[in-house]
Design a protein around this ligand. Structure first.
Ligand code: AMP
Ligand code: ZN
Length: 454
């Protein structure tokens, strides 16, 4: 089965063919380190991580880079508010971000690139664009990209430039803006008082880069002029990624990214979770409720990355209960790891390679754990194999319990588990009586059924 991905650029799901045969150059837009990441942001990074794990699972070598935006309008604004230097301020939130991704069992990229380490590369691209007539200096010394000079402008967000008459000829200096505000965007911002001590003296004058040029410069510097995959949330399609294409392709004359992949929004009360709207939760809110952060990862995997997911606490609690059941089933297996079950592996792989269909892949995980025809040792090997993609931390489970139960009891417990999932409580009670009559007690706990000899 070939790997297939949905590409935002072509709006099609197609077979994935990387530029080099078995190697993938992969860039993810990372966080702006001006505050704690909210769990909507974290959806982006769980998605990128699962995608990377899936590529590795399919036998590709992956070079993954993620940036840290440590200079932009928001970092400057909020560091000033807190009376800290930009470095001090962004380093604090970088550390917090690293803790979050660790709790979510996210395998870090090969390298985190900090925007402030690539100012020279940003200036070089900007100079090139000026030379090519694609960018110009404004009265205050800032440099703007002339979107009308780049014929492909709008190809990612499927924007028809001719329809954007209202703002034609205008320009925008802010980093963030919407589709109703399509204008020439800023590459280099001439210093003004609001920037305080944040500036670089360069051939473009005293100033700082615009946000969009940062990702073009960092991705080209680390992965080259042509890259296989670039990820981010759907809100980055316009203007951020549209502008990245204009800058990069404008400067190099080559196709910049082959596959653009975007995760859908995490919603709350059916609205996008966003810092600006103050309708967000962080990972700390989850752990303060006593919920394992991996349950959040598990809950995310229950939805396709291209579907919106509406966050409610009850659903997360439900996911945690289900995850505990999985852990329990796994820990109930005897010691010793056997062989990966090929049939289940093939099914799992088919789903994962079909545009990262994690909801269906998870059903295969349940199925193998419940299949009596598969030996315990083989179940274990198969679960660990799937977890290379899912990242649910089965390999970290300790204290495998040696519950040696008669086959008959195991069967009754499985039936009872099924009855409980289906909310058939009458059947579940009848099964309890039967289990008792065979000399075993069963207790229902948040981690699932607990059995003991009576
Ligand atoms: P930022 O730190 O604001 O640059 O955003 C970091 C990442 O989070 C980007 O890839 C955004 O697209 C993504 N993102 C922001 N809000 C959400 C959300 N509610 N759901 C999913 N992804 C989001
Ligand atoms: Zn970016």
């Amino acid at each position: 089965m070939p790997v297939k991905f949905y590409n935002t650029l072509t709006r099609e799901k197609k077979v994935f063919v990387p530029i080099k045969k078995r190697e993938v150059a992969f860039y993810s837009c990372g966080p702006t380190v001006y505050n704690y990441a909210h769990i909507g942001n974290l959806r982006s990074y769980v998605f990128a991580d699962t995608l990377k794990r899936a590529l590795l699972y399919s036998g590709y070598k992956v070079k993954h880079i993620m940036n840290l935006t440590d200079v932009d309008d928001k970092t400057i604004r909020d560091s000033k508010k807190e009376g800290k230097t930009l470095k001090e301020f962004t380093e604090f939130y970088t550390e917090e971000f690293l803790k979050d991704i660790k709790s979510l069992n996210i395998v870090g990229p090969k390298k985190f690139t900090k925007a402030t380490d690539y100012i020279g590369e940003m200036v070089d691209i900007t100079e090139k664009l000026i030379k090519k007539g694609l960018a110009y200096k404004s009265e205050d010394g800032s440099v703007y990209f002339n979107i009308r000079k780049f014929k492909d402008y709008g190809k990612l967000s499927h924007l028809v430039l001719e329809n954007q008459k209202e703002n034609a000829g205008g320009r925008i200096k802010k980093d963030e803006y919407g589709k109703d505000n399509v204008q020439d965007f800023v590459l280099w911002k001439a210093w003004d008082e609001a920037d305080g001590d944040v500036f670089w003296e360069t051939s473009l004058g005293k100033g700082r880069p615009g946000w969009h040029i940062e990702c073009s410069a960092m991705s080209i510097a680390t992965l080259g002029e042509q890259i296989d995959i670039h990820t981010g949330g759907v809100d980055l399609i316009f203007p951020h990624h549209e502008n990245e294409i204009a800058q990069s392709e404008g400067a190099t004359g080559k196709q910049f990214i082959k596959y653009w992949m975007h995760n859908e929004w995490l919603m709350i009360d059916q609205k996008k979770m966003a810092k600006g709207d103050k309708n967000f939760y962080t990972l700390k809110d989850i752990t303060e409720r006593g919920i394992n952060p991996i349950a959040y990862r598990f809950w995310l995997l229950m939805a396709n990355y291209r579907s919106k997911a509406n966050f409610v606490w009850e659903a997360l609690e439900g996911a945690e209960t289900a995850l505990k059941r999985l852990y329990n089933l796994y820990e109930g297996l005897e010691k010793g790891v056997g062989k990966v079950n090929k049939e289940y592996q093939q099914k799992f792989r088919e789903f994962i390679e079909d545009d990262l269909d994690t909801p269906r892949a998870l059903t295969v995980l349940w199925d193998v754990l419940k299949d009596e025809k598969v030996s315990n040792a083989d179940k274990k090997a198969t679960v660990l194999d799937f977890d290379r993609v899912l990242g649910l931390g089965f390999d970290k489970l300790k204290g495998e319990k040696k519950v040696v139960l008669p086959v008959k009891i195991k069967k009754l417990l499985l039936e009872r588990e099924k009855a409980r999932v289906e909310k058939d409580f009458q059947k579940s009670d009848e099964l309890r009586v039967e289990i008792n009559s065979l000399g075993y007690g069963v207790k229902d706990t948040p981690e699932g059924q607990k059995v003991s000899k009576i």
